[in-house]
Design a protein around this ligand. Structure first.
Ligand SMILES: C[S@@+](CC[C@H](N)C(=O)[O-])C[C@H]1O[C@@H](n2cnc3c(N)ncnc32)[C@H](O)[C@@H]1O
Length: 245
């Protein structure tokens, strides 16, 4: 088993990022209902609804932050949605939002669509195929972006692309919320250090990112770090805000 930095708020190592990371701890697969499917949904009809226990655990604390940060928002783009559990949960809890899930992984897209079919929510859009590194993103409009557990399980170039893509898409004063384990001035919880080592052992391009490095990157793309919210299991939500161009 991979090193786990805390309470298991981690995604398994040894597999490429994607819903297959759910592994054997996932709840039994469920089949998506055939109703509520849009054009994209039809392509994923009957797909397996993957389940990540970590997403189940962190969705409540994340919702508390997002409810506040997204209170005056309308169109939210979620990058790297993974299973789709978060998308279904947040769309249901925040009905004033239109939630656009996305991922680059076809299996993730199928799982998101299965969760969407099961949820049957009018404010949850069909999953969009989106590789954060492929700019420009195939999204016309968003006034907020949410990205949970990506930048440490991806090369640094994905973090660069995340901010560059967000800068292109978001209007002034729009938030970008990122969640995961972080370093602060080089330091992190011992559990995150162990997790970092396990990530780098899988792929030397991965690793727990330092908030100072992200902040420098953010400034170059017009974002300021507005808020650092401590979360359970040594994670943080970072709220970045796009300043005037
Ligand atoms: C650790 S999972 C997190 C999923 C979900 N946000 C969560 O917290 O449960 C990382 C996700 O990032 C996606 N991903 C990795 N690289 C990506 C990229 N370049 N563009 C978009 N998604 C990517 C993977 O397919 C996977 O679904």
């Amino acid at each position: 088993m991979r090193p786990s930095s805390d309470t298991g708020e981690r995604h398994p190592a040894g597999r490429p990022p994607g819903p297959s990371y759910q592994g054997s701890s996932a709840m039994g697969p469920a089949r998506g209902r055939r109703s509520h499917e849009g054009a994209a949904g039809a392509a994923y009809r009957g797909a397996v609804r993957h389940h990540a226990p970590a997403a189940e655990r962190n969705r409540g604390p994340l919702l508390e932050v997002l409810r506040r940060v997204l209170a005056d928002r309308r169109d939210v783009l979620e990058i790297a949605s993974g299973t789709g559990q978060h998308a279904a949960w947040f769309a249901r809890a925040l009905p004033h939002l239109r939630w656009q899930p996305s991922d680059r992984d076809p299996e993730a897209l199928a799982s998101i669509e299965a969760w969407r079919a099961e949820a049957g929510l009018p404010n949850l859009a069909p999953a969009r195929a989106l590789d954060v590194g492929a700019l420009p993103w195939p999204v016309e409009h968003a006034d907020a972006i949410v990205c949970i557990n990506l930048v440490h399980i991806a090369p640094w170039s994905s973090a660069v692309a995340l901010f560059e893509g967000a800068a292109r898409l978001l209007p002034d004063a729009a938030p970008l919320a990122t969640y995961g384990p972080y370093r602060f001035a080089g330091r992190s919880a011992p559990s995150n250090d162990a997790f970092d080592a396990s990530l780098r052992a899988q792929d030397p391009r991965w690793g727990v990112r330092d908030v100072d490095d992200l902040a420098a990157l953010a400034r170059r793309t017009g974002f300021d770090l507005e808020e650092v919210v401590p979360m359970p299991a040594n994670n943080h939500t970072l709220v970045w805000r796009r300043g005037p161009a």
